[in-house]
Structure formats: structure tokens, C-alpha cells
Design a protein around this ligand. Structure first.
Ligand SMILES: Nc1nc2c(ncn2[C@@H]2O[C@H](COP(=O)(O)OP(=O)(O)O)[C@@H](O)[C@H]2O)c(=O)[nH]1
Ligand SMILES: [Mg+2]
Length: 462
């Protein structure tokens, strides 16, 4: 499809169809496909909601938000419109705005949504203006549940391999504290009895309780993430599986191994393969959203775990799984662009932002190390999709409405610049903010999005 990045597509075709009264239809077209990825709760849906709100406001109300977006100067923008992408449900922008109006954050995403933003620009160069009065710049965005992304690496593992690594993983790091009940359950479980549907379901539901609890305690690497979604398109009630002790996974004739191996294969072929083809499609521009606050709020171990998760998912993030990126971008010696973005930066005072950025750079170290010799341009950003907080009386303070609706002021210790600086056993309390009534003004006051877009809109070759 739109494989030529920033190219003029359909120009010749448009010229051929040219007739005097169709002048307005003669346009050149430039398509940018962005993938915004990130673990669940990293702020993807809110960022999309803000982006649409900002761009609409910029074009419909002439509001000068996104001042740094030189590429789309308001004087050149004729209009902007949002259209669905074929094969995807339309992004629920209006539902999200309605939720915000009720003082609630947008619902957690349980399926994939797509939308296209089409920005029609006046042509400036005079010859072009004569022949092609407009350029349409098309941005394609896809939003999906973050729980899906953690499952993509399971495609390249066999059941036994996945099971052993999942077992080792849940026995280490901060997640081990939430895995005890699950492990006890497995220890008393009678694997001598046949894997009937009822017994499989018992085991799956015990494992799922672990996933749910670990997730609510800030653990990010949880597989299969798809099992966390009630309304998953993959029927984990019928084809569920769990990791099993290695005494079972090492015995290929064991009835439980056979049963779970079969379910795992179904999960790969019926769910993961189509998922990777539809969601993690060709793209040369990646935005990877990272919520550092969940980790800061819990412990240093949580941040280490986040770092490990990101490096584990690096290939999925950057290349998708289609190999498109490597085939098309790398071979053409273009530069791929990857933005690592720490979200919700309004949750700390302005003077702590440098510290947060430095922490972000350390958290992405492992992921970036996977691409040292590749022509990929990485950059780190902080953004807030909504500036929920206000400045406080001192530079170390911010004001916000807490969960009881009181307007409070909180003073902050410095955000650790590195993982090492965060003391063992300490945590960095993060304010529990609510959606403010003047949310729209606060979306327009969100920070960092224009710089981010500007970076990504840069041409493929530097
Ligand atoms: N303070 C603040 N909180 C945010 C912001 N963006 C998201 N959040 C919070 O993070 C939660 C998860 O965001 P969401 O966009 O649903 O994440 P997703 O799972 O990646 O789509 C929201 O419910 C909000 O509580 C932001 O810009 N500022
Ligand atoms: Mg979401």
C-alpha cells in the first residue's frame, strides 16, 4: 500500500483524470503511517484523543496550539478531517470526550481502532499550485490494547520454551510476590488426572488471577496479556493454557503437555499471526509510550522490570513482525525514526523534567542497544496529553484536584535521575489526579506533542 514514505502518490493518476471542473479534486497525496505503541495504561488512547482535539481546534478555531509544528503551518491548512481506516472500527473520539466531560478518563481499550487524519494543505510553490492546488497529508493511526503487544514475542517460541521462561520470570523480580498463590495452586494440583475442560479451566482461572493481581500492582511483563481482557477475541475459556512446571514440559508425552501445547499452537495461529499482520503493519515511524510513574510509585525493582520488558519487546516495537521496516527502510538506507516518550509529565513539577528525561534514557538503554548498528534515529521526549496540574507556590510543588475533588498542593522530592539514585525500598508517590472540568483547555495546554510530531515528520533520510 502506502509504501513510499513522504512520496507523492497518485499524482499521475490525478493528472490523467484532470478536467476543468474537477480542479479541486486534483491533489497530491503524502501518507505517513505512525504506530503508537506502548504497554497498557501508558497513555496511548489519551494521546490520540488529545491529538485529535488539538488538530481540530487548530484548524476549526484557529487556535495556535502545537506552535512548533512548522510542517503544517495554520496558514497553509485548508481543512482537516478524520476518516475511518478500512477494516478497523472508528476511534471512539466522541465517547472519550464524553467520558472526560463526566470527569472520567477514557475507557481502557479492549479492541483495535483506526483513524486517518487528512490535512489538506494549500500548495505554495507557484507551478505546483497551478496544476495541483492541494496536498493531502494523511496520517494513519491505530490504537489497540497494550496487552496484545506483550504477546507478540510468543510467536517465535514453542510452548515448552515459553512455559519454562514464563515460569522463571514469575519466580523473579517484584512479580514473585504475587505469584505465590498460583505456585501453591500448582503444587497441590493433581496432574495425574486427565486434562478435562473443567480442570483446564480451573488452572487457567488460577493463573489468570495471578496475571490480574500482578497487573494491578504495576507489573508490566505478563503473558499472555490477551488473557487479561474479558472481551478478548481469543477464546481463552476454551483454548486457555498456563505455564507448567518443567517436570511436565520436559515430557512431550504428558497429557497436560499435549493439551496445552495444542492450545498454545491455536493461540499462535488463530490469534497472534493475524494480529501481527493487522496491527503491527509496515511503518517507518514509531512512537513508544512509556509510563514511568507506575514504576516510580511502586519501587526501583518495578522500574528495572519495565526496562527489561522494553528491551524484550524492542523488536516488536521497532520492526513490527512483518519485517517491513528492515526490508524497506533499512535497505533503502533511510533512517527510521523511533521516539521514546515518557507520558503524563504533568504529574511532576517543571523543574523535575530533566531528571525524568534522564531516567527515561536509562530505561530505554536495553531496547536501544538492540539496534546499535542500524540506521535508526532515536529520540527521547516527555509529553502530557493533558496538563492536569498547575504550578505550586514553590518550584518543587504542583497543585491539582485529588480523588475527593479537593484542590491540593504537593511538594516533591527530586525525581531520581537514574535507577541507582532511587533507594532500595523507597518509592516516589505519584499524585492521584482527577479529570478537571476545564479538560479541553488543559488538552490544548498539553506539552511536547508538537516537538514529537515535528521529529517524526522529518523525512526518512537525514
Ligand atoms: N496526568 C495525566 N494522566 C494521564 C495522561 N494521559 C493518560 N493519563 C492517565 O493514564 C491512564 C491510562 O491512559 P490511556 O490513554 O487509557 O492508556 P492506554 O492504555 O495506553 O490507552 C488514564 O486513564 C489516565 O489516568 C496525561 O497526559 N496526564
Ligand atoms: Mg488504550
Amino acid at each position: 500500500m502506502q509504501k513510499n514514505i513522504a512520496s507523492l502518490v497518485g499524482k499521475t493518476k490525478a493528472m490523467a483524470a484532470f478536467t476543468g471542473d474537477k480542479l479541486a479534486d486534483v491533489i497530491s497525496k503524502e501518507t505517513h503511517r505512525f504506530t503508537i505503541t506502548g504497554l497498557s495504561r501508558s497513555g496511548k488512547s489519551m494521546l490520540f484523543t488529545s491529538l485529535i482535539t488539538m488538530l481540530k481546534s487548530r484548524s476549526e478555531e484557529g487556535y495556535a496550539c502545537l506552535p512548533l509544528l512548522r510542517y503544517l503551518p495554520p496558514t497553509r491548512v485548508l481543512d482537516m478531517r478524520i476518516e475511518p481506516i478500512e477494516g478497523y472500527k472508528p476511534f471512539p473520539h466522541l465517547d472519550n470526550i464524553a467520558a472526560l466531560e463526566q470527569g472520567a478518563w477514557p475507557d481502557a481499550t479492549e479492541e483495535a481502532y483506526g483513524f486517518k487524519l487528512i490535512v489538506r494543505l494549500k500548495q505554495t510553490a507557484s507551478i505546483k499550485r497551478h496544476v495541483l492546488p492541494h496536498t493531502d497529508v494523511v496520517f494513519e493511526f491505530i490504537d489497540y490494547p497494550g496487552e496484545w503487544i506483550t504477546d507478540i514475542p510468543m510467536l517465535s517460541k514453542s510452548y515448552a520454551h515459553w512455559s519454562d521462561s514464563a515460569w522463571a520470570q514469575l519466580s523473579s523480580g517484584p512479580q514473585q510476590y504475587f505469584a505465590n498463590t498460583w505456585k501453591q495452586f500448582v503444587n497441590q494440583f493433581d496432574f495425574e488426572q486427565a486434562p478435562t475442560q473443567a480442570r483446564i479451566s480451573e488452572l487457567v482461572s488460577a493463573y489468570r488471577s495471578y496475571l490480574v493481581e500482578a497487573k494491578s500492582n504495576g507489573i508490566s511483563l505478563l503473558q499472555p496479556g490477551s488473557f487479561l481482557l474479558e472481551s478478548s477475541d481469543f477464546d481463552w475459556h476454551e483454548f486457555g493454557f498456563t505455564p507448567l512446571p518443567s517436570s511436565i514440559t520436559s515430557d512431550v508425552s504428558h497429557p497436560w503437555f499435549i493439551a496445552f501445547n495444542k492450545h498454545y499452537t491455536t493461540f499462535q495461529t488463530k490469534w497472534l499471526t493475524p494480529l501481527k499482520q493487522s496491527i503491527f503493519k509496515e511503518t517507518d515511524k514509531q512512537i513508544i509510550l512509556i509510563d514511568l510513574f507506575e514504576g516510580l510509585n511502586h519501587s526501583r525493582q518495578h522500574l528495572y522490570q519495565l526496562k527489561e520488558t522494553l528491551s524484550h519487546l524492542a523488536d516488536t516495537f521497532v520492526y513490527g513482525q512483518s519485517g517491513w521496516f528492515s526490508k524497506h527502510v533499512l535497505k533503502k538506507e533511510q533512517i527510521g525514526r523511533v521516539a521514546f516518550v515518557a507520558t503524563k509529565s504533568d504529574l511532576i513539577p517543571q523543574n523535575q523534567r530533566d531528571n525524568l528525561l534522564s531516567l527515561l534514557q536509562q530505561i530505554t538503554e536495553g531496547a536501544r542497544a538492540r539496534f546499535t548498528d542500524k540506521p535508526i534515529n532515536f529520540e527521547h521526549f516527555l509529553v502530557s496529553a493533558m496538563q492536569v496540574t498547575d504550578e505550586g507556590a514553590s518550584d518543587n510543588a504542583i497543585r491539582y484536584k485529588d480523588s475527593e475533588g479537593r484542590y491540593v498542593e504537593a511538594t516533591f522530592e527530586p525525581v531520581p535521575r537514574t535507577l541507582k539514585e532511587m533507594e532500595e525500598g523507597s518509592h516516589f508517590p505519584v499524585p492521584q489526579v482527577t479529570v478537571p472540568q476545564d479538560f479541553k483547555a488543559r488538552i490544548l495546554a498539553g506539552k511536547g506533542i508538537d516537538r514529537l510530531l515535528q521529529f517524526l515528520l522529518g523525512k526518512g533520510v537525514d
